[in-house]
Write a protein that binds this ligand. Structure first.
Ligand code: FMN
Length: 183
């Protein structure tokens, strides 16, 4: 298969749940947010707000929340009890369904992925924690989200404290069909 910077970044990004206690530099954070800003959205509605959380108490609470819902990558690190609150920054992806009633979820997803990829190319790592139901309610409380707005993802970002296992994906032949959906 051909090699390409974008493809390498997409393939190389892994979810990481423990971070070094080193800050994310302002210009790195700005580049990550810029990648989110340039995500596509329905009719360019841009229904997102990115809440950058660096304040310790809020970050710890969000970290504990991520810890509770992060089941997929446990076992790859020694449990410290601190949760992803040790990430120097958490970005909460907030959407306004009034600005885009039909596709706000996708808008949030594509902005989150852009930011996760940008972080990865800067040598940082992240953990995409999807919210809904109780976890979203808790994030709303911690962040003071206005009524009507939705929080779809928390993205803790920092320098990875461990090397994650290789990623796994189904082969292309397992997920691609040509011309018709043949089973
Ligand atoms: C929309 C979305 C929601 C996610 N929510 C969770 C979650 O609630 N808990 C969790 O453990 N991982 C969550 N993840 C992270 C996935 O588990 C992870 O991306 C997947 O296992 C693939 O691993 P990789 O990111 O290292 O490639 C979520 C990822 C996405 C895209």
């Amino acid at each position: 298969m051909m090699t390409n910077d974008v493809l390498n970044a997409i393939r190389g990004r892994r979810s990481v749940l423990r971070f070094e206690p080193k800050p994310v530099a302002d210009d790195e954070l700005e580049a990550i947010l810029e990648a989110g800003r340039w995500a596509p959205s329905f009719a360019n509605s841009q229904p997102w707000t990115f809440v950058v959380v660096r304040e310790e108490n809020a970050k710890r609470e969000l970290g504990q929340l991520v810890e509770r819902i992060a089941f997929a990558h446990r076992g790859q690190f020694a449990v410290s009890g601190k949760g992803t609150g040790d990430a120097p920054v958490v970005i909460a992806v907030v959407l306004d369904p009034v600005k885009d009633p039909q596709h706000w979820v996708e808008a949030g997803a594509v902005a989150t992925q852009n930011m996760a990829l940008m972080a990865h190319t800067l040598g940082l790592a992240s953990y995409w924690a999807g919210l809904g139901g109780k976890s979203e309610a808790e994030a709303r409380r911690i962040l003071g989200i206005p009524r009507g707005m939705r929080v779809v993802a928390l993205l803790p970002i920092g320098r990875p404290a461990y090397t994650p296992k290789d990623g796994e994906r189904t082969s292309l032949s397992g997920i691609v069909r040509y011309d018709r959906f043949k089973v």
